[in-house]
Design a protein around this ligand. Structure first.
Ligand code: NAD
Ligand code: UGA
Length: 346
């Protein structure tokens, strides 16, 4: 119910969340935790599924439209009695009975999210609305994978969660960054208005095995280029920075956030910050010292700096990343070598 305060402002009262399925409290039925992962056939989603499936009490349902994800990422679980894979687009309503929802579905690489921007914004807005409607109907807790892109081209460095961002509302990246901002708004409105249990992770650049080889993101581009013996394409000016988090650290952070008591938003990322030229030099040194580094044109609105302030994640989740960039890159190299059929020189 909305109520008017003395100064005329509208206030909302939080309702308790809807009750979970009665089976959760049943004496004789050993119910499992049923977990929905939207976008679970993608890069982060499939690693999250691997981790969730390690717990024998979890049943995992993945929904994915395979725009940027692939069944191949989940092949070891297909046919497993605790696993189910559904081809479904989150812009359409979904009826399943679950206890938790990890809502990841959304293209993440700029070349893919810009490919069909209207679809990207529908995925962020209508997709999130549908998943919140589902959470409301079944009393599930829902986690949204938001992004550091909500800070836009940040004027504060590093970025704490309290920073409201510097985002172009009409640019070519807006379908994604403004889309995620609306998704965060929807999450908090459902929380305040309907008492839904929400969690919001603001993910910073994540890398690791299973990224699409021609994904277009910088780490996958440089590793594929180094292995193919092609020049590493550094977009100008090359001094722009990013902070790269290895995927196992990310999955650990997401699960801690879901299981903890804080709604967020909480930054999850690795504060180690590198310019794109430094990243290119590191990939060259580790993977192929013979390749050139080539400067190429950049795309509009590319954020100039990005580094998470992870004080909240440390204090509230007891989380901090363990894998340094130099230690994570070789795992990704190994996976890319296998998929590209390029063996290591002896
Ligand atoms: N990887 C990163 O660096 C990063 C950073 C910030 C936020 N995120 C967020 O994390 C999530 C996962 O990112 P990722 O790197 O694994 O990307 P990804 O592209 O590998 O995975 C996204 C998955 O969502 C699926 N999908 C897209 N639109 C869909 C729709 N309408 N219906 C159903 N499925 C749909 C894709 O097919 C894919 O499997 C995304 O929400 C992304 O915005 C990722
Ligand atoms: O972590 C985040 O919050 C966001 O980060 C990325 O967006 P972006 O940082 O622009 O990712 P990349 O496309 O990997 O670009 C990173 C930097 O590398 C540069 N780049 C990219 C590709 C390339 O070949 N060369 C190159 O120098 C870009 O200009 C940019 O400055 C992700 O793709 C988003 O999904 C995610 O939400």
């Amino acid at each position: 119910m909305a109520a008017n305060s003395s100064n005329g402002e509208q206030q909302t009262t939080s309702k308790p969340p809807p009750l979970p399925s009665p089976l959760r409290f049943s004496k004789f039925f050993q119910s499992n935790m049923r977990i929905l992962v939207t976008g679970g056939a993608g890069f982060i989603g499939s690693h999250l599924v691997d981790k969730l499936m390690e717990n024998e009490k979890n049943e995992v349902i993945v929904v994915d439209n395979y725009f940027t994800g692939s069944k191949d990422n989940l092949r070891k679980w297909i046919g497993h009695p605790r696993f189910e894979l559904i081809r479904h687009d989150v812009t359409e309503p979904l009826l399943v009975e679950v206890d938790q929802i990890y809502h990841l579905a959304c293209p993440a690489s700029p070349i893919f999210y810009k490919y069909n921007p209207v679809k990207t914004i529908k995925t962020n807005v209508i997709g999130t609305l549908n998943m919140l409607g589902l959470a409301k109907r079944v009393g599930a807790r829902i986690l949204l994978t938001s992004t550091s892109e909500v800070y836009g081209d940040p004027l504060i460095h590093p970025q704490p969660e309290s920073y409201w961002g510097n985002v172009n509302p009409i640019g070519v990246r807006s379908c994604y960054d403004e889309g995620k901002r609306v998704a965060e708004t929807l999450m908090f409105d459902y929380h305040r208005q309907h008492g839904i249990e929400i969690r919001i992770a603001r993910i910073f650049n994540t890398y690791g095995p299973r990224m699409n080889i021609d994904d277009g993101r910088v780490v996958s581009n440089f590793i594929a280029q180094a292995l193919r013996g092609e020049p590493l394409t550094v977009q100008k000016p090359g001094t722009q920075t990013r902070s790269f988090c290895y995927v196992s650290d990310m999955v650990d952070g997401l699960i801690r956030l879901m299981e903890g008591e804080n709604t967020g938003p909480i930054n999850i990322g690795n504060p180690g910050e590198f310019t794109m030229l430094e990243l290119a030099e590191t990939v060259k040194e580790l993977i192929n010292p013979d390749v050139e580094i080539k400067m190429v044109e950049n795309t509009p609105d590319d954020p100039r700096q990005r580094k998470p302030d992870i004080t909240k994640a440390k204090e509230l989740l007891g989380w901090e990343p363990k894998v340094k960039l130099r230690d994570g890159l070789p795992f990704m190299e190994e996976d890319f070598r296998l998929r590209l059929g390029v063996s290591k020189k002896k």
